[in-house]
Design a protein around this ligand. Structure first.
Ligand code: TRP
Ligand code: ZN
Length: 493
């Protein structure tokens, strides 16, 4: 990812700033000091913030596709984890018209995506507080050279939010790091006739004065980047299967360029580029398999961790990704031009509901715990579909990957390497090797125990390897050292 400036902002600690109420404060957890501008992620030092925990975000917003302007109010319920004279939120671009803390106007400054708020009175440690930010503006889209647009994307009929690791701060003030998960309610007002889709369950859709407000409630805490929004014309289907409530949203204008079979004569001039065709039927068919896929994954990983599910496909031809938005992944149209990819990308994003969303990263360095696991889920699925065995996937990459592939130590891939293809494939290969070494019984016990015992928690690679060793009853240091931390191709055992 190249969209992040490599700026390490100096942490200014205001030594000696003693407010009038200092003596009372000191008795309860020390004198107030400013919360850190970052939550402590070595890769992304300004992501998230220190000194408090968010419990809940309430977004009450309006989006006008005619002007691209997003406006409204975000209310944040949080708890101070230290005595705070000031604290930060991550918030990029949009103009703030009003900001209160516990109902009183607070002063604030902004720089580098950091919103620094000084409440009228310091916040006591363990004190629950409420921040209300009213704002408006045109959210900025993230553009990265090879991967195209992500973040808050303005579409022909509305908008689509899909980004990782950065996106939340471009449309709502947040403690923008997976370490601080919170419940999220999104009420989005859109011009009558359009849909507004977000995470969780649809609680209400009411029209007044030409605007329809769609109210969504996600009852399980989520990392801020997993909050999504899709505005536009969608076919929305609501249904229930196996006790899970599904909402799917499909833009009926979704098209993709069909995949061509390789030419019979490689020397012949390439045929003209094919025209995009509608993939709506393929999208419907793939999303229709979600209950079956969740059933398959539950059988391997343990119960589905959330009460709702579903998928979003918007007609955004330039989008090249899918993302595991909690309870409601977003898929790029291109995946649906190929019948095998169409199902496996759904498997991948649904597997992330266990690994990535429910069990989430304590720091971005541990990204293979998301991507390697979701990729291995694809291999398990393809094996039971009779397409290819996990061993065949492993062998093809082991012999076919280019030298650069083996230079990525996926346990610490660096901030620019978190989405390197090796994080996905070598991560899955590390799990496959673990399976061969410890055997199927212990391996699947490790996967399930990891998902269930750490549900709702932030995790690290060390915690995973410790659990694997404990359940396998043996030392696995050489295996993990070779597959996660050595920038060369591991020898086969
Ligand atoms: N985590 C996503 C997946 O594996 C991929 C992804 C990486 C992504 N960076 C992104 C998606 C940026 C959207 C935007 O499915
Ligand atoms: Zn993924």
């Amino acid at each position: 990812m190249t969209h992040r400036p490599a700026v390490l902002m100096a942490t200014t600690v205001l030594v000696g700033l003693v407010p009038a109420t200092a003596s009372a404060q000191e008795e309860e957890g020390g004198s107030p000091s400013p919360g850190a501008p970052g939550i402590g992620d070595p890769y992304f030092p300004l992501d998230g913030n220190g000194g408090y925990d968010v419990e809940h975000y309430d977004l009450d917003l309006r989006y006008d596709p005619g002007t691209d302007v997003l406006s409204g109010t975000t209310t944040i319920e949080a708890e101070a984890t230290q005595s705070l004279s000031a604290f930060n939120l991550d918030f990029v671009g949009l103009d703030i018209s009003e900001l209160t803390v516990d109902g009183r106007p607070a002063t604030y400054t902004r720089a580098e995506g950091e919103l620094t708020i000084t409440p009228e009175r310091p916040l006591r440690e363990e004190h629950a507080f409420e921040v209300v930010v009213t704002y408006s503006g045109v959210p900025a889209t993230i553009q990265a050279p090879l991967i195209g647009p992500s973040g808050f994307i303005h579409t022909d009929d509305g908008a689509l939010v899909i980004g990782e690791p950065d996106v939340a701060a471009t449309w709502f003030p947040a403690n923008d790091h997976p370490l601080d998960a919170a419940t999220v309610d999104v009420a989005i007002a859109v011009p009558e006739g359009l849909e507004g889709i977000s995470n969780g369950a649809l609680e209400d859709a009411a029209t007044e004065d030409g605007w329809t407000t769609w109210a969504w409630e996600a009852e399980e805490p989520m990392a801020p980047y997993l909050t999504t929004l899709a505005v536009g014309e969608f076919e929305v289907s609501e249904y229930e299967a196996d006790g899970i409530r599904f909402w799917d949203a499909i833009d009926l204008d979704t098209t993709a360029v069909p995949f061509l079979p390789p030419p019979e004569d490689p020397a012949a001039p390439p045929p003209p580029a094919p025209e995009p065709v509608s993939v709506v039927d393929q999208v419907r068919a793939a999303l229709a398999r979600q209950p079956e896929i969740i059933g398959f994954l539950s059988g391997v990983f343990g119960p589905y961790p959330f009460s709702t599910s579903g998928g979003i496909v918007d007609a955004v031809p330039e989008l090249r990704f899918a993302l595991e938005n909690q309870t409601r992944p977003v898929y790029a149209p291109g995946f649906f031009a190929d019948p095998v990819l169409a199902d496996t990308v759904v498997v991948h994003e649904l597997a992330h509901q266990w690994y990535g969303d429910s069990v989430r990263l304590a720091a971005w360095q541990h990204i293979w715990l998301n991507e390697g696991f979701a990729t291995y889920a694809e291999w398990l699925w393809l094996e039971q579909e009779g397409v290819a065995t996990a061993q065949e996937q492993f062998d093809a990459i082991y012999t076919g990957a280019p030298p650069e592939f083996w230079q990525v130590a996926i346990g610490d891939p660096g901030p620019d390497g978190i989405f390197d293809i090796a994080v996905y494939f070598r991560g899955a290969m590390a799990l496959h090797t673990l399976r061969q070494v410890v055997g199927d019984t212990a391996f699947f016990q490790i996967l399930e125990e990891w998902a269930t015992s750490r549900a709702g928690e932030a995790v690290t690679t060390d915690e995973f390897t410790a659990l694997a060793e404990e359940l396998a009853g043996r030392d696995l240091d050489d295996l993990f050292q070779a597959w996660l931390f050595t920038p060369e191709r591991p020898a086969l055992g």
